[in-house]
Design a protein around this ligand. Structure first.
Ligand code: HEM
Length: 171
């Protein structure tokens, strides 16, 4: 990357740690904490609970991602938990990790969203060094979230970039 001086989409699959960081972020801070409502088409039993036909079911992705029954040290931000060999994926089969939902109504833009996210983050990190504003420490960062169908950070993250690798100019 240093040789050519920029990052392009085809480089991204080799950035394993960026992928782990994105997965861990989506586990702790899913942008859609509650999936689109589902309705039971017929009376059914789930984990001993009877759901009469017509029951509206809401899946709390946020709570599943922080459930200590499924996640070791669930409240800590540890991208390493997704190192290769750890089998939790967000493709709709591991029900404790559903940032893109599951089943027929699963996110239609998962690949596009992920690629855009990882490419943008990689470029930011490659071209700039990042520091906190003077006097701010990591523990001062407020990670609280807005309330709503889709959530974002309540308090904007302020960082100071300094240029590391300028963008190359293409003739
Ligand atoms: C990191 C980025 C994204 C996240 C976390 C996300 C998450 C989600 C979630 C949780 C759902 C509901 C799934 C369910 O209820 O099972 C959804 C649905 C959907 N998403 Fe995304 N999404 C992202 C990006 C995108 C992008 C970039 C597009 C389009 C370009 C997109 C298009 C859609 C569509 C069309 C649906 C509705 C699918 C349906 O109802 O059949 N999403 N998304």
């Amino acid at each position: 990357m240093e040789d050519k001086g920029y990052i392009e989409e085809t480089d991204v699959p080799q950035f394993n740690y960026i992928h782990q960081v994105v997965k861990e972020t989506l586990r702790l801070h899913p942008p859609f904490p509650i999936l689109f409502p589902r309705v039971a088409q017929e009376t059914t039993e789930v984990l001993g609970y009877i759901l009469p036909a017509g029951t509206r079911v809401l899946i709390n992705v946020w709570a599943l991602g922080r459930d200590p029954r499924y996640w070791k040290d669930a409240e800590s931000f540890k991208p390493e938990r997704f190192e290769e060999g750890v089998d939790k994926e967000f493709k709709g089969n591991d029900f404790e990790f559903l940032p893109f939902g599951a089943g027929r109504r699963m996110c239609a833009g998962m690949t596009f969203g992920l690629t855009t996210l990882e490419l943008t983050l990689s470029k930011f990190l490659f071209h700039f060094d990042w520091a906190f504003p003077k006097g701010v420490k990591a523990e001062d960062i407020d990670m609280s979230e807005t309330f709503g169908a889709s959530v974002s950070k309540k308090v904007n993250l302020l960082l100071v970039p300094s240029l590391r690798y300028p963008f190359p100019t293409f003739e």
